[in-house]
Design a protein around this ligand. Structure first.
Ligand SMILES: NC(=O)c1ccc[n+]([C@@H]2O[C@H](COP(=O)([O-])OP(=O)(O)OC[C@H]3O[C@@H](n4cnc5c(N)ncnc54)[C@H](OP(=O)(O)O)[C@@H]3O)[C@@H](O)[C@H]2O)c1
Length: 361
């Protein structure tokens, strides 16, 4: 095979957004880091500050642009959306699918709000929409639920889904520091943004939990239906009380679904978890989840929940999955709106009915 044939056989990828995640994806796709040349060809990078940023990536074959239309008409096989926020990102994902391009996104807000509609559009267009990076960073929970455990009936999800809050709480536990100081440390390490309130207040985790409820239970859950209790007021006194009971504190995202009564229990909150459990052992910006199924019992999963390089792993995995079978059509889920939601009347010290796997680990 000639060199030109190899290049044209590569999957052509265009990237929207050259920030934390986008830059890490671009580095991997251009092989500007060590490793063998990638099987993909990064053709375009779209960013509002493309002229200033192009010097950051030495990649001669890449076109930098501030024109979304140039990307949409570029003939790319896959558009990677790493812009963030709801709009214009959602509109651009829709436009890419309508232009006949498969899409990989890291955007939990868009997937939580429009995921079902976009998946339907993708299937209608004979293209794919993949979003592993939108939940859990490098922890492959979307695939675990959507594919690996697809043969089971999932009844419960218990998870740490926000790396920033986990970094803050595990730092408070380890050093005895106040929450504000732990947030500062998380910022210094690049684990927290300038405004960490969406993380601490549970809004980030509930968007991810809403996505998982769609995958696991087939429900169309609006993130606002999920009660989120803030972690912002957790103090060292709370940790001391937890320690007396052989526990520590983590922000847990929880959902269980009773298919008979169509009752979804879902919440995000800081709660006590047993010392030695998978959740207590989840430190720094890590994520973890225990998925409970009727036949499979409890399946645990653990991994890097945030960071550009870790998140790029999930994006690259989605790109590889599409490249492997570009004609594959992922059936769009028929998500039900026919259910009731409740939170629970738990308190911080109310020990969750934690799955046995968690207690055992
Ligand atoms: N960071 C993580 O650890 C992580 C983990 C999992 C998922 N995610 C998700 O990944 C996505 C990207 O996150 P990120 O951390 O990489 O964000 P980021 O660092 O802010 O990067 C976003 C990039 O998009 C550019 N951009 C924003 N709005 C634009 C617009 N209207 N037109 C053109 N360019 C625009 C930004 O330009 P400027 O530089 O000018 O702002 C920036 O380069 C989000 O959906 C996020 O939730 C992030």
């Amino acid at each position: 095979m000639r060199e030109t044939d190899i290049v044209s056989a590569r999957c052509r990828v265009a990237l929207l957004g050259f920030g934390t995640v986008g830059a890490a994806v671009a580095r991997r796709l251009t092989g500007s880091e060590s490793g063998p040349p990638p099987a993909f060809h990064l053709t375009h990078i779209f960013d509002r500050r493309a002229p200033q940023k192009r010097a950051l990536l030495p990649a001669p074959g890449v076109t930098w642009t501030t024109s979304i239309d140039e990307v949409l008409h570029s003939g790319a096989d896959i558009v990677v959306e790493a812009i963030g926020g709801v709009e214009p990102a959602a509109g651009w994902i829709r436009a890419a699918l309508l232009a006949g391009t498969s899409v990989v996104t890291a955007n939990k807000q868009v997937v939580a709000r429009d995921g079902a509609d976009l998946l339907t559009l993708a299937a209608r267009q004979g293209r794919q929409l993949r979003f592993e990076a939108a939940v859990g960073g490098a922890m492959p929970i979307v695939r675990a639920i959507g594919e690996g455990l697809a043969g089971d009936r999932i009844t419960r999800l218990t998870a740490i889904l926000n790396g920033t809050t986990n970094a803050v709480l595990s730092q408070m536990e380890a050093t005895g520091s106040a929450l504000d100081d732990a947030v500062e440390d998380a910022r210094a390490l690049g684990y927290a943004e300038a405004d960490a309130s969406a993380d601490l207040d549970g809004h980030d985790a509930r968007a991810k939990l809403a996505i998982l409820c769609g995958l696991a239970f087939g429900l169309r859950v609006d993130p606002l239906q999920i009660e989120a209790r803030s972690t912002a007021a957790i103090s060292q006194a709370d940790f001391a009380r937890a320690r007396e009971r052989g526990a520590t504190i983590r922000q847990i995202a929880y959902a269980d679904y009773d298919r008979t009564t169509r009752l979804l229990t879902a919440w995000v909150a800081p709660i006590e978890v047993a010392e030695g459990s998978i959740f207590a052992r989840t430190a720094g910006p890590q994520n973890a989840a225990v998925i409970t199924g009727v036949h499979s019992g409890e399946t645990g999963i653990f991994g890097a929940g945030a960071g550009g390089d870790a998140t790029a792993v999930a994006v690259l995995g989605d790109i590889a999955a599409i490249a492997k079978d570009r004609s594959a059509i992922v059936p769009s889920p028929a998500l039900s709106r026919d259910f009731r939601v409740r939170s629970s009347d738990f308190r911080l010290d109310c020990r969750l009915d934690i799955p046995a796997l968690v207690e055992a680990l």
